[in-house]
Write a protein that binds this ligand. Structure first.
Ligand code: ADE
Length: 230
């Protein structure tokens, strides 16, 4: 069984429509839908926005359904000039850009206890997602995903994240899901379609393009399930 997590309904809607023999179960306010897509078993959930919602969802999904891997799909802000709205970033690692114990001597983003800054993402899974994106003619880049409990819409904040982590996209859940997967030895992948430039124009761009962009990730995910899993 493969696990799919999105933060918002609009990011999962068209995946949900493809699920056959769907069954729902709600735990801690998050609904998990199990069933199959192209005959392959799936568990899908809308986790809500931000790192804590994402972590609760990923941990529950792992304990209840034991997926072989979790894929986080959704939209993100571009941190690189060569990314346009509707392009897709597939993570090669994930950082929590707002995790900061630097006054205690750690580098910013370093998560003590697990003692890691860059949470690993599954290379084989990510390569297959890139292959699906390329097949569909969607411009895809591999890179660092920067996660924080913050909608980035300030060029200075953007620049700080880019210079510190050399990240390609910012969002609000992937790093938490990768963290939970790391703690549970569950392979993880993140794909984020660009809805905005994480700058002054981000709010308007997000409002206009989030839904269209989210569909790019979903198309690739469905193609991946059909060709690599089913
Ligand atoms: N998701 C989509 N755009 C984003 C942004 N600019 N910051 C954080 N999360 C986002």
């Amino acid at each position: 069984m493969i696990g799919i997590i999105a933060a918002m309904q609009l990011e999962l809607e068209s995946i949900k429509r493809k699920i056959e023999n769907a069954r729902e179960e709600t735990v801690s306010g998050i609904t998990y839908i199990t069933g199959s897509i192209y005959s392959y078993p799936v568990v899908c959930a809308v986790c809500g926005v931000g790192k804590v919602n994402a972590a609760v969802c990923a941990q529950t999904m792992i304990l209840k359904y034991a997926p072989e891997a979790i894929i986080n799909t959704g939209v993100g802000g571009a941190l690189s000039k060569d990314l346009k709205v509707c392009d897709v970033v597939v993570g090669n690692s994930a950082v929590q850009h707002d995790f900061d114990t630097s006054p205690l001597g750690d580098e910013k983003g370093f998560v003590s206890t697990v003692n890691i800054t860059h949470f690993p993402l599954d290379e084989a899974l990510s390569n297959k997602l890139i292959a699906s994106l390329t097949f569909l003619g969607i411009h895809a880049k591999s890179g660092v995903i920067a996660t924080g409990d913050q909608f980035v819409c300030d060029p200075r904040v953007k620049e700080e994240i880019v210079s510190r982590f050399d990240a390609k996209a910012c969002e609000m859940e992937g790093g938490a899901i990768a963290h939970v997967c790391f703690m549970n030895n569950t392979p993880c992948a993140i794909l984020r379609a660009i809805s905005d430039g994480a700058d002054d124009g981000a709010t308007l761009s997000y409002q206009e393009f989030a839904e269209i962009a989210a569909n790019q990730s979903v198309r690739a995910l469905l193609h991946f399930i059909k060709t690599s899993l089913a």
